[in-house]
Ligand binder design. Structure first.
Ligand code: GAR
Length: 217
């Protein structure tokens, strides 16, 4: 096969801050399949285990620590340049625990998704699982959403609920949440790569997915 006849793969970048189990799920389920490649992995911290996972899979990976730049905007510009340099189609925040600057969001508008461990708009921000347990809700879950300038406020792509046991053991709930995330996030990325996800032209809050069908009682 010549370079010319090679099909252009859908290029995904994944940003992490910590363990990177969601990155691992994307690597295991999507990388090198269905026309998708994980092209770059960026981290907010050099110590993020996700960087090791990426390198073990042969993927170019680098840390962009805010402290190494004059300000957050400069860090985000460097990160955005690095991703754009590889022609990234979609940026996936998989446990990336820092807010990206408005300029970064604008540059990749409609092309950034985040996985969050609650049923948004409930419990945005950090410690979402703890927040849900402390509040006393009976059902929590996982959300994959597009990223806008707010904290976990962008249009929702997919959600899946999880009933909370009572009393709730935090480690057990985290494990269940992770299991759901590891299915839901790759599913959302796969659908976006296939072009099956769009914003409803009549309602910019609502995401349409090709699998959606009209509700019938
Ligand atoms: C995941 O549970 C993800 O939903 C959460 O961080 C964890 C990262 O795990 N993200 C947030 O709370 C973002 N607000 P991982 O590093 O093992 O993928």
């Amino acid at each position: 096969m010549t370079a010319d006849s090679e099909e252009r793969l859908f290029r995904v970048a994944v940003l992490v801050s910590g363990e990177g189990t969601n990155l691992q799920a994307i690597l295991d389920r999507l990388h090198g399949r269905e026309g998708i490649e994980v092209a770059r992995v960026g981290a907010s911290r050099e110590s993020a285990r996700g960087l090791e996972r990426a390198r073990a899979a042969g993927i170019e990976a680098a840390a962009f620590e805010a402290a190494a730049y004059p300000d957050r905007e400069a860090r985000d510009r460097a990160l955005a340049d690095w991703l754009a340099g590889r022609g990234v189609d979609l940026v996936v925040l998989a446990g990336f625990m820092e807010l990206l600057s408005p300029a970064f969001v604008a540059r990749f508008r409609g092309r950034i998704v985040n996985v969050h461990p609650s049923l948004l708009p409930a419990f945005p921000g950090t410690r979402a699982i703890e927040q849900a347990i402390e509040y006393g809700v009976r059902v929590t879950g996982v959300t994959v959403h597009f990223v806008d300038e707010g904290v976990d406020t962008g249009p929702i792509v997919l959600q899946r609920p999880l009933e909370l046991p009572y009393p709730a053991d935090i480690a057990e709930v985290e494990e269940r949440v992770h299991e759901i995330e590891h299915e839901l996030l790759p599913q959302a990325v796969r659908m976006i790569a296939r072009g099956a996800v769009s914003i409803d032209p009549t309602n910019p809050r609502r995401v349409l997915v090709a699998e959606d069908h009209p509700w019938t009682p």
